[in-house]
Design a protein around this ligand. Structure first.
Ligand SMILES: [Zn+2]
Length: 416
């Protein structure tokens, strides 16, 4: 057991007992002998973040393809470079992504890419929660479809004996994947009781092309194909009409909002407040470091709030509580983890922050400070599943992770 003493939570000082991987007790004073007692005076506890959509293997592409729209960026800069990735590159790339996540307070992420075993090993070694992916993208070529389905079945049969890790089958999008692949992956995900994720309605062009090709909008199409449901995650979902919003709500489909990526690639602004008013509870994601260019959920919260206000032309859009919930409990809940709030019986996934950090003073509104003023320099400790991932800003093996990452970047970017 770990006893956190004198920690700031919800505007008061309290003690918190961690038993195993759960928050056992929260009280003004706890007098129970614990294996470890941590004096948290001057620190506040908050739920850690859940990154609802990212691509860990794209870490080597930070700063590549700037000032381009989504389609030019993908075709000219991303897909050709991703084609160079080999299985042995994945572990060092993912490990570096996870290092950045831990430093910025994230303990859970949903990933999307072609290779999974290196990311799985990184998440297991570094102690984070993850939705580990297998990504299909067949470009409507039957040979590719067959290959992707074979690989997906192998992925599904791979045993993972770790309650922190879940699987997600991914299709890139309706414009890079055939109906057969999308339906097969979605059906396989349902059969195996796992998650399914796809980029949806990221741009107006995607919507227009879909209407031309299929006679309906992307979300309507995926509904017709039987893809939607509570274990289906739509990344982006920027351009939804009222009927599609209703379909998302009715089916319990999860949205992953990635405002920085959407703005940077000129994809548009999600009408977030409209979705929230409809009762949808989106998660928040950073997308990759090539379209963000960081994995910081603190930065993402600020942009989500500002973008919502700008899009709705109302200061009442993107309220502090809603935005903080998107970065924490909405994501965890969508992925079936009982975390994202500091309360008894929840999983012990949390961060501690230095309340004297320059961006957190004065403490007139703590959550507002976290969203609008803070950067990750305030984070001192990160715990996942009751275990420390970072203590007093120290993460095990950091220099080795950095040097391994730099080596792989040098290989992948040679002659680039
Ligand atoms: Zn993405």
């Amino acid at each position: 057991m770990i006893l956190l003493q004198r920690v700031f939570l919800n505007n008061k000082i309290c003690d918190i007992l961690i038993k195993g991987n759960r928050i056992e007790k929260i009280s003004d004073k706890i007098d129970i002998p614990a294996g470890e007692v941590i004096d948290c005076a001057g620190k506040a506890i908050l739920p850690s973040f859940c990154n609802a959509h990212t691509h860990t293997t794209m870490m080597f592409l930070r700063g590549i393809g700037e000032d381009k729209n989504l389609f030019d960026w993908l075709d000219q800069d991303i897909f050709p470079r991703e084609a160079k990735l080999k299985p042995e590159h994945i572990y060092p790339l993912s490990r570096y992504a996870l290092l950045e996540m831990v430093k910025t307070g994230t303990t859970c992420f949903a990933d999307m890419h072609f290779h999974s075993s290196g990311t799985l090993k990184a998440a297991q070694d570094m102690g984070l929660r993850a939705l580990i992916p297998y990504l299909g993208m067949d470009l409507s070529d039957d040979k590719n479809t067959e290959h992707s389905v074979q690989q997906a079945v192998q992925f599904l049969e791979m045993p993972i004996d770790n309650p922190r890790i879940k699987k997600v089958l991914c299709c890139h999008s309706i414009y890079t994947c055939s109906q057969k692949l999308i339906k097969t992956f979605s059906d396989l995900a349902k059969k195996y009781g796992i998650y399914f994720q796809i980029h949806v309605s990221e741009t107006q062009k995607e919507v227009d092309d879909c209407i031309k090709k299929f006679g309906c909008r992307p979300v309507e199409l995926l509904y017709k194909w039987g893809v939607m449901g509570p274990k289906t995650h739509f990344a982006h979902a920027v351009h939804l009409d009222d009927g599609e919003i209703e379909l998302v709500k009715r089916t319990g489909t999860v949205l992953a909002h990635c405002p920085t990526s959407n703005l940077k690639l000129g994809s548009g602004q999600m009408p977030l407040q409209k979705y929230l008013d409809a009762g949808i509870k989106p998660g928040l994601g950073t997308d990759s470091v090539s379209s963000n260019n960081s994995l910081s959920m603190i930065s993402e919260m600020k942009l989500a709030a500002l973008s919502a206000k700008n899009q709705a032309d109302s200061v009442l859009a993107g309220k502090v509580g809603d935005i903080f919930g998107m970065a924490t409990k909405n994501g965890f809940n969508a992925f079936g983890f009982n975390a994202g709030e500091i309360k008894e019986a929840n999983l012990a996934d949390f961060i501690m922050v230095d309340m004297d950090n320059q961006f957190l003073l004065p403490n007139n509104n703590f959550k507002s400070n976290m969203i609008y003023a803070a950067d990750s320099s305030c984070i001192t400790d990160v715990f996942c599943d009751g275990k420390p991932l970072m203590r007093n800003k120290i993460i095990p093996h950091e220099s080795e992770i950095v040097s391994g990452f730099k080596k792989v970047c040098a290989v992948l970017m040679a002659n680039s």
